[in-house]
Design a binder for this molecule. Structure first.
Ligand SMILES: Cc1cc2nc3c(=O)[nH]c(=O)nc-3n(C[C@H](O)[C@H](O)[C@H](O)COP(=O)(O)OP(=O)(O)OC[C@H]3O[C@@H](n4cnc5c(N)ncnc54)[C@H](O)[C@@H]3O)c2cc1C
Length: 364
């Protein structure tokens, strides 16, 4: 049986981040991933932003925004080929729910945390923008980060000195006092590995994986929310942050010779990869694009669509109001060696890894 310090379940950004940190500290790690390559779950279906999360300020998540902006600064400096700062434009109309003064306050806090200025685009320059200018009141511009989520995850995993096994589906975790035995299936053959600690970085499958523990540990209640994007063949010049009719945020950005539009939020009951975008989400995204932009598009312009799942706390709050903070869950009594990552962001994969390490350091 192979023996490691840590077994990490999941080769999404969370698992890759933990593997990167632990291997840099010379711990031996095994990463097990059920699919044939990294980032097949949510980590290739995000909005591909490395951002503080301007809208989280509305929920007073100041700590999360500050931490995310610090991570953004690190990634922009250290991975310039993968993460770049770009200008984002926020158009505000007479019918917008958020008034210019509200956005001004939010951007002031954002710029204070990030040391990056924002500005207001003069009316004389509005004609250069891709958006409709009728009833336009104000346009703000601020800086945020963009990436390719799959390329970022793959890069992080590739820089680790650890063993990664693809097409390896974890089937059972036996948790003993000092170690765990992990049973997994790879290409029809059963394998086993043993490690001091197991990190459950299974994303939306987090509770499914925790339920594989023979000790039956406690799981946290979660809500899974599906977010969809469409990539259309229309070209725009800039990145926009627009307000949906239901007050949610929609990002519209140039991406791979087209325009990426997203995201929506629809509750779902089961974790799934390669989820189909619901037809209602396609209509919702096309409608919003056509409402705000000069160019008009139809389903014929869609090149690709994809959907990913957010893991949010299972409370009674509206998805928009739920906390986006990561939780590291550890059932000390039933599963003393298994640590589960609930939620989180692409942007904060390094700080999530540090939080995980803080919890498992003594064990290692
Ligand atoms: C629509 C949407 C947009 C988003 N946009 C942004 C954004 O712009 N910026 C940002 O910072 N964050 C964003 N996020 C959040 C971010 O994308 C996620 O927090 C992050 O990708 C989750 O990564 P993960 O590694 O936890 O999960 P995943 O990427 O889903 O990885 C989990 C992995 O575990 C594997 N796995 C599961 N079960 C098993 C098993 N039994 N055996 C082996 N392997 C298993 C899966 O195959 C999967 O590869 C967005 C999220 C969504 C849903």
């Amino acid at each position: 049986m192979q023996t490691y310090d840590v077994t990490i379940i999941g080769a999404g950004i969370a698992g890759a981040g933990v593997a990167e940190l632990l291997s840099s500290k010379n711990y031996s790690c095994l990463v097990l991933e059920q699919f044939s390559e990294p980032a097949c779950g949510t980590s290739s279906k995000s909005s591909k932003l490395i951002h503080g999360g301007l809208r989280y300020l509305e929920n007073f998540e100041f700590g999360l925004v500050k931490e995310s902006l610090e991570e953004r600064a690190y990634l922009v400096e250290h991975l310039p080929k993968l993460v770049q700062l770009k200008s984002f434009y926020i158009p505000l109309y007479t019918h917008s729910f958020r008034k210019p003064w509200m956005v001004f306050i939010g951007l002031s806090i954002y710029s204070l945390f990030s040391w990056r200025k924002f500005s207001s685009i003069p009316k004389s320059k509005w004609k250069d923008l891709d958006i409709q200018t009728k009833n336009l009141l104000k346009v703000y511009a601020y800086k945020d980060g963009v990436t390719d989520d799959k390329a970022l995850t793959t890069h992080v995993l590739n820089t680790c000195d650890c063993t990664v096994s693809f097409n390896a589906t974890v089937k059972k975790i036996e948790d003993f006092k000092t170690h765990c035995i992990i049973s997994y299936q790879k290409e029809g053959i059963s394998h086993q590995a043993t490690s001091k600690v197991v990190i459950n970085a299974a994303g939306s499958w987090v509770n499914e994986v925790l339920n594989l523990c023979t000790s039956k540990p406690e799981t946290l209640p979660i809500d899974l929310v599906l977010g969809s994007h469409i990539l259309v063949d229309t070209q725009i010049d800039r990145i926009y942050y627009i307000e949906a009719k239901d007050k949610r945020a929609i990002f519209v950005r140039p991406y791979h010779n087209g325009t990426l539009i997203g995201t929506t939020e629809v509750p779902v009951s089961h974790p799934q990869a390669h989820t189909k975008v619901p037809a209602s989400d396609i209509v919702y995204l096309l409608d919003h694009f056509n409402h705000y932009f000069k160019t008009q598009i139809t389903t014929a312009n869609i090149i690709e669509s994809f959907a990913g799942l957010r893991v949010l706390p299972g409370d009674n709050k509206d998805a928009f109001k739920k906390s986006r903070e990561v939780q590291i869950h550890h059932d000390k009594i039933n599963a003393p060696n298994v640590y589960s990552i609930y939620g989180g962001k692409l942007t904060t994969f390094r700080s999530t890894a540090r939080k995980v390490f803080k919890k498992i350091k003594a064990k290692l």
